[in-house]
Design a protein. Structure first.
Length: 379
């Protein structure tokens, strides 16, 4: 594959991916027996995606409220827990009636809600104010979000248009070079934006769990970082970065001869539909805490609000997908754990602290569930 035929912006991420795959090839393809898989879906949930009307946005939210739990009925993981959905709700599209309907799913044990933001030519001061005010609204008005040990509100984050920490060379769709510092100081416990392929905002780091250390005078500070490692304290000034899988795939060839890109995207389009055949690729990406290779973190992403995507994610296709990955887990002796974004971050921290046994027991290890959420079971 030469420069002329490489996927868009592959010069950013492909070298790291090739090095990573080479190391894992040398160490041989290992058995999956006994592996624990933490499975989360981060939904960049935008009711007004496509600049639709208020009425249409209302219908999109209603579809998820009315159909999600029915889709998940009877589907359980190793712990007897049904699929979980993490709605990253955009600040700029906030409607209290929408969040109230989604919050009902939180209370019924099927979801959690976190923070999503699209912005452009922003400032540090305005960004800080925006995040603090929205976190307070979600927490105080809707009973959502977690709390840190010091009592401050905590939230997970996904950046709109992938442009975290002003990552685009043209400076668009963000504008804040110290965004990672702002996120950290306003209670963000982890970022779930990546991967961003094929966007230019993609980092050189791939398939990793690490901590971004901000340089407030430089954009895209998360292009490098400190890996999460068992028995090594996390850096106090670092923001936890949880990446989803990224790899090349021969199942979606470009021009019939070049490999396509697998980035953990779920939507209605061919190649990106929920399909159990993709599960092994996500596992092979091996997103882990260093030193704990038997705990694999699979964080997928979607834009679930538009009707075409919702029809797939709330219907028989998604049900069959869950049955497939559950069957594969049984067949290969794996343990599947459905988790929210917050729960995934908790299990990561438990792994760093040397946690053993069933990782599902660490879902609330570091950060407690939102106060609205029931704790008496998920069924």
């Amino acid at each position: 594959m030469n420069v002329l035929t490489m996927p868009q912006n592959a010069q950013i991420w492909l070298p790291a991916l090739v090095r990573q795959r080479a190391r894992r090839y040398v160490s041989h393809r290992r058995s999956l027996r006994g592996v624990h898989v933490m499975f989360a879906i981060a939904d960049h949930f935008e009711p007004f995606n496509g600049a639709v009307s208020e009425a249409r946005a209302d219908r999109r939210v209603a579809a998820w409220h009315d159909r999600y739990l029915a889709m998940a009925a009877g589907l359980v993981d190793t712990d007897g827990r049904r699929p979980q959905h993490s709605f990253f709700y955009p600040v700029e599209q906030y409607r209290d009636r929408h969040v109230d309907r989604l919050a009902d799913l939180v209370e019924r044990g099927g979801a959690e809600i976190e923070v999503h933001l699209h912005h452009d030519r922003d400032t540090s001061l305005n960004l800080r104010r925006t995040l603090v005010e929205f976190a307070r609204v979600l927490h105080d008005r809707h009973g959502l979000l977690t709390r840190h040990h010091d009592g401050s509100i905590g939230y997970g984050f996904v950046h709109g248009n992938w442009a975290l920490d002003n990552a685009r060379p043209d400076g668009r769709q963000c504008g804040v070079d110290d965004e990672i510092s702002v996120l950290k100081s306003t209670g963000c416990y982890a970022d779930f934006t990546l991967p961003a392929v094929p966007d230019v905002s993609q980092t050189r780091i791939v398939n990793s769990i690490y901590y971004a250390i901000d340089d407030p005078h430089r954009c895209k500070s998360h292009d490098s970082g400190v890996p999460a490692i068992v028995r090594r304290p996390s850096p106090s000034n670092g923001l936890l970065m949880v990446q989803g899988p990224l790899c090349l795939t021969w199942s979606r060839r470009k021009y019939g001869v070049l490999p396509g890109i697998e980035s953990g995207t779920l939507n209605y389009s061919p190649g990106h539909r929920p399909d159990g055949k993709r599960f092994r690729q996500w596992l092979d990406a091996s997103v882990v805490v260093a030193g704990r290779p038997d705990w694999i973190f699979v964080k997928l992403h979607t834009h679930g609000a538009p009707e075409a995507n919702a029809d797939v994610l709330l219907g028989p296709v998604m049900q069959e997908f869950h049955r497939s990955i559950q069957q594969q887990a049984i067949q290969h002796g794996m343990h599947l754990h459905y988790v929210t974004a917050r729960e995934m971050a908790n299990i990561i921290r438990a792994a760093e602290d040397g946690g053993t046994g069933n990782p599902g027991e660490y879902r609330d290890y570091w950060l407690p569930p939102p106060r609205r959420r029931r704790t008496s079971g998920s069924q």
